[in-house]
Structures are given as C-alpha cells and as structure tokens.
Design a protein. Structure first.
Length: 281
C-alpha cells in the first residue's frame, strides 16, 4: 500500500498533547500514522462520498484523502471518547494545520495553488502565519459543540506557536460560483480584506465576488446561505479575499479567509480564554 508520508511529520509537543475537552469530546493532535490515516479516511467519507470530490486514483483506491502536504502538517483531531472501539474509531472531526516555518522547509502552503499567499506572507515579514485547511466533521457531529472543540484546539495551538495570522481556503459546495452570488456578494460588501490583507487569486483562476449590487442583497438570507465554517470565521472577525476560485477536483468554490489574531472578536477571546483556558484539558 502506498504510504504518503515522504518526510518527517511536523511535531508540536505541548506538555499535555490534549488541547481541550468539551463533554465527551477531546481535541488533540494526531500522534501516530494510523491516527492520521483515520483522519484521511474521515476526509474521504465527507469530501468524496458526501460531496462528490474526485481525488487522484491512488487516494480513491485507498479511500483516504491524502496529498503531499499531509506529510509535513500537524493534524488536529476531535474525538468522541464516548464511542466504543479504538482511538481511530473515535475521530469525528479534523483540521490540518501548517505553520509558516514548516511550509518554508518543505513544499509550501496548500492554498498557494489557488491564491498568491506568498505575496501576503512576503508583505508581513514580522508576522508568523498558520494555514488552516481540510476542515472536516462527520455529518452527525456538525453541531456547535464540535465546532467549539475545533476552535479550542486551533486557538491553543496558535497561542503555543506565537501565531499572528491564521488563513486558509473556505469552501462553498459546487463548482458553479454564481449559485452562491448572494453569499459571495455579501462577503464582498461586508468582509472584504483591505489592502493590507487582500490576496489575489492565481492568475487566470480568480472570479470577482462583486456579483450583485448592494441594494439587492438581503443580509439575513445571505448569511443563511453560507456554510457553517464561513459563518464561524465571520463571527470571530475574519476577512476574505475579493476573488473566488473554483476547485474542480473537490467541486467547490473557494474563498481565502484571513484572521489576524489581533482582530479576533473580543467576545470569542473571552469565551475560549485569552490563554485558551476555557476548555483546557
């Protein structure tokens, strides 16, 4: 069987590798190859079986979503410890975390395939960046508590590594951007990044999100039309690119989300704790 791990996996070893607990949910980093493969299998179930993504033949054969970036990322896991079986059987959500210094030592950020993120990083040499990707939760666990666990783990990880800016692609389902004209136009009107944070799509791939006039946008309907992850980013204070990119393999319409730590909504800092202590293990 093909092993996608061609280089050492990035390591983050806090004193306690459990980053948080909410009820029976535990959030921590994957510690073994088998746990990473279980997260990749979960991603396959959601992205391929549920959303219809078309992955490379090797990934489809093994029924795991993996790529070259997996080998040097940290993999955040949410486990439901109330489930029976092995640790791998308890994984209900996952997030892929890639720090700037790790990306620089390997093949770069995943989202640079769609957006010119290296320009963003180059404009801010005094800041440390963290890419968030492959957000994935089993359908029966797409509830507030699971999202809180993912955010708790991400926030604790970001604090532990002195991160200044988190960013990553957020996806709308389907490869027809104009089907999301209302939501994309609302984002462009209310949450578009300013010059400091704006990132252009890779040449030839970008599509303007300015699809509807402001007077035609119903804010409540626009927010209702957004995926939960996008709504979550907006609530904590993120800004988005002014262009969208179609990912034909995953059959999604992607926007780039940027979240400078200093711009995180104070309400959420209070909720999780400025030191990530609210749901600490």
């Amino acid at each position: 069987m093909t092993r996608p791990f061609l280089a050492p996996i990035a390591k983050f070893q806090p004193e306690d590798r459990i980053l948080g607990r909410i009820g029976s949910l535990e959030v921590r980093l994957a510690a073994t190859h088998s746990e990473i493969e279980a997260a990749q299998a979960l991603r396959y179930r959601v992205f391929v079986e549920e959303m219809g993504a078309q992955l490379p033949a090797d990934a489809m054969l093994q029924k795991r979503d993996f790529d070259r970036v997996d080998r040097y990322c940290d993999h955040l896991l949410v486990l439901d410890t109330a489930l029976t079986g092995s640790t791998e059987d308890q994984i209900v959500g996952t997030y892929r975390l890639l720090r700037q210094e790790v990306a620089a030592r390997h093949d770069g950020f995943y989202s640079q395939n769609e957006f010119d993120v290296m320009d963003l990083v180059g404009r801010s040499p005094d800041k440390r960046f963290l890419e968030l990707g492959r957000s994935c939760v089993l359908s029966t666990y797409r509830i507030r508590r699971t999202l809180e666990a993912l955010w708790q783990g991400t926030w604790a990880y970001a604090l532990g590594h002195g991160i200044d800016v988190m960013f990553g692609c957020a996806s709308f389902p389907g490869a027809r951007p104009y089907a999301h004209a209302l939501a994309l136009s609302f984002l462009n009107q209310t949450a578009a990044a300013n010059d400091e944070w704006n990132v252009r799509a890779i040449a030839g791939r970008g599509l303007s999100m300015d699809m509807m006039p402001a007077e035609a946008i119903n804010p409540r309907a626009a927010i209702a039309a957004m995926p939960p992850l996008v709504k979550g980013y907006l609530r904590v204070g993120a800004v988005v690119s002014r262009e969208a990119v179609v990912d034909t393999a995953f059959r999604t319409t992607d926007v780039l989300v940027m979240l400078p730590v200093k711009q995180i909504n104070g309400r959420y800092l209070n909720h999780y704790g400025a030191d990530a202590s609210r749901f600490a293990a």
